[in-house]
Design a protein. Structure first.
Lengths: 343, 233
């Protein structure tokens, strides 16, 4: 439906441009033919019906105005295209969030009605209650994550930046992700070592690591194997997460960090997600003064997510001061929001 | 009555699938669970089922595609779409593809079980009915109730399961007036306080297929304030 609408807009835009250009052509033709007639007539008389100077001003002025109108239309069209794309992405987001919210909710309702409907043995009751708790936790995580992203965009999220040793911090984050997803010990291999300090919001980095691990697991058709590599390049620390999943086509690699962006492909083994996880990863890395990127040789060739963090000693003083000041300020605000997890 | 009937449950949400499986088993049904569209089609190819409960947002092959493939191979099997997608366009798409029923999440357990029971009852009635009369001819039309195909002169097309059910019910009661209420209760297995316009829409569609002039129907006749009647002059 939206695709059909945007095609309509493109057609209207093209037709409008053709109309302007035709008008311009007609106008030039009219001007030149009239000018020639006047010129011919004026050779036979001393009377000058129109001053040549006025004509040129009118022509040039008109041309400038036409170009301005045309430019304005192009700008409006570009803006409209962006709005349409955002609206389309937002629709996808609503559809996926609805799915993500309704599924655990349906599950909770189903178990409650089951418990109400029949007398179950204690073991079964416990199992069903445990499932409801898990579903409620999933709902809570999702709602918190969405609220936190909204809060981050309105600068209301509490930041807890502190200076810490890079190697143990990053290793412990990997370990926590392994525990969180209950991965077997041989599923994750760490290589490399980094020295130096980083200025980081540990809880935020945990979200980054969890989201990258979550993606690697969701998009692996076999048992996931994740290779984590620590390295240092110039004034930055690098952490690479290489998985053996279904990979990302080159055309999607650039936009995968965009808000609400999800890749739809019939080879994708999971439909869960909101299109906010990697956007959040990018945003968290951005306010750390670092960056996040992805590389994949293509479909079924795995993906490598890379995060870059600046080394504390090399960060401009004013930047590190600003980050630490943010922490201080947020600690003084008791109402600042707590963090969720992955989206 | 339907104990031992085999249901293919296609649901990627593990927690929900386990709860559904438990309750359906309690009703006496045999359950085979698939967590994605690909697996669902594999099971469908290798086993026989009496009913399919199908989610839409599935990995690999989505529910719409699964329903279309299943409907193509086995036009009569009842399909219940159970999904979080509640938009009218999704509902219409699901029913157009050939789902017999569409239930949105979150749902009431009792309602789901009643719908499953109703669908199985409908299937049983339809099967026993077509055993007696697998093909019916009227005018230039020939209806094959086994594979839901209709032959109208040179034209061959397929009816949806509900269209075939409505037509079959009216033919079975040829020459008698069938009220909308009766059709809703016996074909849709739903309470009569639900929209009766649904029946009118189906009759309008059937008239388009089989009446030379749908404005002046010869076979599917409206009986004012009473309902519909199938007749052959």
């Amino acid at each position: 439906m939206r695709r059909h609408q945007s095609l309509q807009y493109i057609l209207i835009f093209i037709l409008a441009q053709i109309a302007w250009l035709s008008l311009l052509g007609l106008w030039i033709y009219w001007y030149i033919s009239n000018y020639m007639v006047y010129n011919e007539a004026s050779q036979n008389t001393t009377y000058r019906p129109i001053s040549a100077k006025t004509n040129i001003i009118a022509l040039v002025g008109g041309l400038i105005l036409l170009v301005a109108v045309s430019l304005g239309m192009s700008l409006i069209f570009a803006r409209l295209s962006i709005q349409l794309k955002i609206a389309q992405l937002y629709d996808n987001f609503i559809a996926t969030v609805t799915h993500e919210l309704k599924s655990p909710l349906s599950s909770i309702q189903l178990y409650l009605e089951t418990l109400k409907r029949q007398r179950l043995p204690g073991r079964k009751q416990k199992e069903f209650i445990q499932r409801m708790i898990q579903d409620a936790g999933r709902l809570n995580n999702l709602i918190n994550s969405i609220l936190e992203i909204a809060g981050h965009e309105q600068k209301k999220v509490a930041h807890h930046f502190e200076v810490c040793d890079a190697d143990p911090t990053l290793r412990s984050l990997v370990k926590e992700a392994v525990d969180q997803f209950k991965l077997p010990s041989n599923a994750v291999q760490i290589t490399g070592k980094v020295s130096g300090k980083i200025i980081s919001d540990r809880n935020a980095l945990k979200i980054v690591f969890n989201n990258i691990f979550d993606n690697a697991i969701k998009y692996s058709t076999a048992k996931p194997i994740i290779l984590v590599r620590f390295d240092r390049m110039d004034n930055n620390l690098i952490v690479e997460f290489r998985d053996q999943g279904i990979g990302i086509p080159p055309k999607d690699q650039k936009r995968i960090f965009d808000k609400f962006q999800r890749i739809y492909d019939r080879d994708i083994p999971s439909v869960k997600g909101t299109g906010l996880g990697l956007y959040w990863v990018k945003e968290i890395m951005k306010y750390h003064g670092g960056q996040a990127s992805v590389f994949s040789e293509g479909k079924n060739k795995g993906s490598t997510f890379r995060i870059v963090l600046p080394i504390y000693q090399t960060i401009a003083k004013h930047h590190s001061k600003r980050l630490l000041k943010t922490t201080k300020r947020s600690q003084e605000q008791p109402n600042s929001k707590e963090r969720g997890n992955r989206v | 009555m339907f104990k031992g009937k085999k249901i293919l449950l296609v649901e990627d949400e593990e927690s929900l699938a386990i709860g559904l499986e438990f309750n359906l088993k309690q009703e006496g049904y045999k359950i085979i669970r698939a967590h994605d569209g690909k697996k669902a089609l594999e099971y469908f190819e290798s086993q026989e089922f009496d009913l399919i409960i199908l989610d839409i947002m599935l990995p690999f092959v989505d529910g719409f595609e699964v329903a279309a493939i299943i409907r193509e191979r086995l036009p009569q099997i009842p399909i219940l779409m159970l999904t979080a997608r509640s938009a009218a366009r999704d509902r219409v798409k699901g029913l157009e593809i050939g789902a017999d029923d569409y239930l949105t999440k979150p749902f009431h357990l009792k309602e789901l079980l009643l719908r499953v029971h109703g669908m199985l009852k409908r299937k049983m009635w339809y099967q026993s009915s077509i055993e007696k009369m697998p093909i019916y001819r009227f005018g230039i039309h020939e209806i094959h109730f086994e594979d839901l195909t209709a032959h109208s002169g040179e034209r061959v097309f397929r009816l949806t399961p509900h269209e075939a059910l409505v037509l079959k019910y009216l033919i079975d009661h040829k020459g008698k007036v069938v009220s909308r209420k009766e059709l809703l209760e016996n074909v849709w297995q739903i309470r009569t306080d639900v929209e009766t316009r649904t029946v009118d829409n189906f009759i309008a569609r059937l008239r388009k297929y089989f009446e030379p002039n749908p404005e002046k129907p010869e076979y599917l006749i409206s009986i004012r304030s009473a309902g519909y009647m199938f007749d052959e002059k």
